[in-house]
Write a protein that binds this ligand. Structure first.
Ligand code: ASP
Length: 399
């Protein structure tokens, strides 16, 4: 009975009940959105302290900088390869299904002009460096905070041993206390998930999904292939463990990602389940997961490549191979630049549309299903991070 009423099962039940509630009590579902918001705010409240403390503890807990180098390089290679594979898969699946082809060209879209997002290489680099760490902390600018914390932690490896130990204990204690709060918040997951899903269904209904079914199915087919075949294969071949068994242990985080559509908000849950249930070492989880939640977004990258191709089809534009290569490259980097918040992928997509000369206003054509697909792509983003953490853990500690 106790197993039947586990948090995971209650959360799954909450998803189904939330869909039903949203369908039948639209107004109430929209009205009660704030309860879901309370849950998300509680998670968000924990992000910055947990990111700082966990990265700090992870790095200063290592034996030496060589160990850090080893984890860092492995994480970097994993992030980039899996993201690139995701985009490639997106392009292949798109070319197989080819949704939206033969649509009427020269669509007119009734929306105000959208400014394409600019992202030059220099801006990209500069966006990592906080000019004022307190400003970055107060604004929740994750990338600069991570950059600063990594530097601070590496520097701590070079100071007097007793002082380093003092700082380690200090941040480790902060980390532990926040993880206790995280556990409390995680217990509220079924309630939060119920109201979040009910709101999404109540507000949008299911019609847009049916209207754009060929596009939605193509995205889902590619996302599921990546989640169930590509990533598990890497886990099996490189990490030498059973990814499906691992999934059952950490699925709580994937469900939270699905419901909140935010990798960042899911981070406290990801770290908790990876360490306590997934058997990932604190030093790996504390470093790989915060970084992954911010820059490793396979689902987003894959989604963006398909969305851009679909928009091209609707607009009657035939994309050449070289344009598809541009999409491959920009989608990979746009996903790195996307924040781990709902809808971030859509904003970054303007960058890709612009790079192949498609009007960014056409985003309006797919906006109605974005939140729905965001839930799936975020779940895949977080699944990719958690698998990466386990693979790296196995490689570094040879377990
Ligand atoms: N919502 C996604 C995430 O937080 C980003 C996106 O919009 O694709 O991971």
């Amino acid at each position: 009975m106790k197993k039947l009423l586990s948090l995971e099962n209650l959360t799954l039940l909450a998803i189904i009940a939330g869909i039903a509630f949203g369908l039948y009590f639209k107004d109430a579902a929209v009205e009660l959105k704030f309860i879901g918001d309370v849950y998300i705010s509680l998670l968000k409240m924990l992000i910055i302290p947990i990111v700082v403390a966990s990265i700090y503890v992870a790095i200063t807990g290592l034996n030496d900088t060589d160990e850090l180098k080893s984890i860092g390089i492995k994480a970097f290679v994993y992030y980039l390869t899996t993201t690139a594979l995701a985009v490639l898969l997106g392009l292949i699946v798109f070319n197989i299904f080819n949704p939206g082809s033969g649509a009427v060209s020269a669509l007119t879209v009734d929306t105000p002009p959208v400014e394409p997002k600019e992202l030059s290489f220099s801006d990209f680099i500069l966006s990592f460096i906080p000019q004022n760490i307190f400003k970055a902390l107060s604004e929740g600018a994750i990338l600069p905070i991570i950059f600063f914390t990594i530097l601070f932690a590496i520097a701590s490896l070079y100071i007097q041993k007793s002082k380093k130990e003092f700082l380690y204990t200090y941040f480790d204690s902060i980390n532990d206390a926040f993880m206790v709060i995280a556990k409390w918040v995680i217990n509220l997951t079924p309630i939060g998930v119920f109201f979040l899903i009910a709101y999404t269904v109540g507000k949008n209904g299911l019609e847009p999904i049916f209207n754009l079914y060929s596009y939605v199915l193509t995205v889902l087919a590619a996302l599921f292939t990546h989640a169930l075949v590509t990533l598990p294969l890497i886990a099996y071949l490189v990490g030498r463990f059973n990814p499906y068994e691992y999934f059952l242990k950490i699925k709580e985080a994937v469900i939270v990602a699905f419901s909140t559509a935010s990798s960042s908000a899911t981070l406290p849950v990801s770290i908790e389940v990876a360490e306590t249930k997934g058997g990932v070492d604190k030093k790996v989880a504390g470093f790989v997961l915060p970084l992954g939640a911010t820059i490793n977004m396979d689902g987003t990258a894959l989604y963006e490549s398909i969305a851009v191709m679909y928009i091209a089809n609707l607009a009657g534009v035939d994309l050449s191979l070289s344009q598809q290569i541009i999409i491959f490259i920009t989608a990979t980097f746009a996903s790195i630049g996307a924040a781990g918040i709902p809808g971030a992928g859509l904003i970054m997509m303007t960058l890709i549309l612009d790079s192949v000369g498609l009007p960014v206003e056409y985003i309006a054509l797919i906006i109605t299903v974005d939140r729905f697909l965001d839930m799936f792509r975020t779940a895949i983003n977080v699944w990719g991070d958690l698998l990466g953490a386990k693979i790296i853990d196995r490689l570094v500690f040879r377990r």
